[in-house]
Design a protein around this ligand. Structure first.
Ligand SMILES: Nc1ncnc2c1ncn2[C@@H]1O[C@H](COP(=O)(O)OP(=O)(O)O)[C@@H](O)[C@H]1O
Ligand SMILES: [Mg+2]
Length: 460
């Protein structure tokens, strides 16, 4: 009977919620029914009491006015007027011996504080009565006793009916609420189970799994959509990490192999001693290259982690570009290229000066490196109200459209660039730095050559 499934069901939060809801609902029903009870049965009882009260004052007044005979007359009149009526009267002498009334004897019940008694009715004609009476007693002058009351059988009947309705109403409410709770929890649990099992599959290594939608387009489906989108992003990131790892491994293998070969040659006796120095220098050079690559990789990670945003300050880009020009114009001219700069004044932007310098240096370095001699290199800056635009153009071979995204990946180099020095990390660092500044880089064809445009927003 109590399967694992059932235990799970009762422990589910939806079920608990349903139970709490049921309790609250039952309480409201209880209050509502209680109010109905009070306002019907209670009202009827109070009504009866008021009538008895009024009658007893009337009779007492009559007694004061015209004594025992007058009172007896009124009572007998009233008794004859009602045939099997609900009114109860009894007038007795000081020894409780009945004088007139429709009760056989004075009930032996102690009255309540307010003088009310509730008793089993005993009629004079001996018929056995189960009915209950509600009455009030009154001591008349001369120690005569007067009792005026009502047969409350009908009233009790109605009260019982209402009480019964109340009980069944409660019971039905609880049963229905419980059944509803179980049903609701079942549906919810099934849907959560679907998410769970998909997550298990993903944790087991199947990153391509996605949680199926139920098609209701409800909040559950929206949750599923968000989870699926998150999974898409995780998968993409995982693929990215995998690719970077592969690239790193692949790109470090070549210089390491070269280094190993040089060290191996050093060991071979037939190599002349003069060659040793050269081989050692080459091995050290390879090691330095590797260290540079690692340094660059670490730098990119550092920038990507966003920690450097802490020391953003106002940067005067005009001054920065002038410093760059001073450094790179001679290199470019040395290569026989013409270097043209168009740098006007600009309002400062918020950023990291060293990183921005590094980024622009990497771009200029590429432009000079990949553009043949007699080529043309241009640097320009446009100060706009909400952003600063910097363009670097060259007349070199350019980058084909299909590679314009790839050049920002770590270690990516165009086939024809592999003979020039470099490690394919320059533009990756540029991308990380511009992203850190919430900027954008666009690559275009300069016909011929490459046009690289950077936009840096002012409110970064
Ligand atoms: N101005 C340019 N003209 C032509 N190709 C370029 C230019 N800038 C970058 N590239 C291409 O993009 C690749 C990636 O650039 P980068 O990340 O700086 O690496 P590296 O300069 O070390 O090769 C370069 O290898 C080259 O193929
Ligand atoms: Mg470069």
């Amino acid at each position: 009977m109590f399967s694992v499934q059932n235990v799970k069901l009762f422990r589910s939060s939806t079920f608990r919620l349903a139970v709490i809801y049921m309790l609250l609902f039952s309480l409201s029903v209880l209050v509502l029914l209680g109010f109905i009870y009070w306002s019907t049965a209670g009202y009827m009882l109070r009504q009866t009491e008021a009538t008895i009260e009024a009658e007893i004052t009337g009779l007492a007044e009559r007694y004061d006015l015209s004594g025992l005979p007058g009172l007896s007359k009124v009572i007998s009149e009233r008794l004859s007027r009602q045939k099997s009526g609900n009114s109860l009267y009894l007038l007795t002498d000081p020894q409780f011996k009945p004088i007139i009334g429709n009760l056989r004897n004075w009930p032996e019940v102690k009255p309540s504080e307010q003088g009310w008694i509730s008793f089993a009715i005993s009629r004079p004609n001996d018929e056995p009565e189960q009915n209950k009476g509600l009455a009030r007693m009154f001591l008349l002058s001369g120690d005569f006793h007067l009792l005026v009351g009502r047969d409350v059988h009908d009233l009790e009947e109605i009260q019982n009916l209402i009480r019964e309705a109340l009980f069944w109403g409660m019971l039905i409410t609880i049963v229905l609420a419980l059944a509803g709770g179980v049903m609701m929890s079942r549906t919810m649990m099934h849907r959560i189970e679907v998410i769970n099992s998909t997550c298990h599959q993903i944790m087991d290594g199947d990153l391509a799994q996605r949680i199926p939608r139920t098609g209701g387009d409800d909040d559950f489906d929206r949750l599923v959509d968000i989870l699926n989108r998150m999974l898409d992003q995780i998968e993409e990131l995982m693929l990215g990490v995998k690719q970077v790892t592969n690239n790193i491994a692949h790109d470090l293998r070549t210089p390491l192999t070269r280094m190993r070969r040089r060290l191996d040659m050093l060991r071979q006796k037939e190599n002349p001693v003069e060659r040793h120095e050269e081989l050692l220098d080459q091995a050290i050079g390879e090691a330095d290259g590797l260290l540079t690559t690692f340094k660059a990789l670490l730098r990119i990670s550092e920038v990507e982690s966003g920690g450097r945003r802490g020391n953003f300050k106002d940067v005067d880009m005009t001054a920065l570009l002038q410093d760059l020009m001073e450094l790179y114009a001679p290199l470019s001219e040395e290569k026989g290229q013409s270097f043209l700069a168009e740098v006007g004044s600009s309002k400062p932007i918020v950023g990291d000066r060293d990183l921005l310098f590094q980024a622009l240096a990497n771009i200029l370095d590429n432009a000079i490196k990949y553009t043949p001699s007699a080529g043309k290199i241009q640097l320009s800056m446009h100060d706009q109200p909400n952003q600063l635009q910097i363009a670097i153009t060259d007349s070199g071979p350019g980058i084909p459209p299909e590679a314009r995204e790839k050049v920002f990946e770590r270690f990516f180099r165009l086939e024809e660039s592999r003979s020039s020095p470099g490690n394919g990390l320059g533009l990756s660092l540029v991308a990380a730095i511009i992203k850190l500044h919430h900027g954008q880089i666009v690559l275009n064809d300069n016909q011929p050559g490459l046009k690289l445009t950077i936009s840096l927003p002012r409110s970064s």
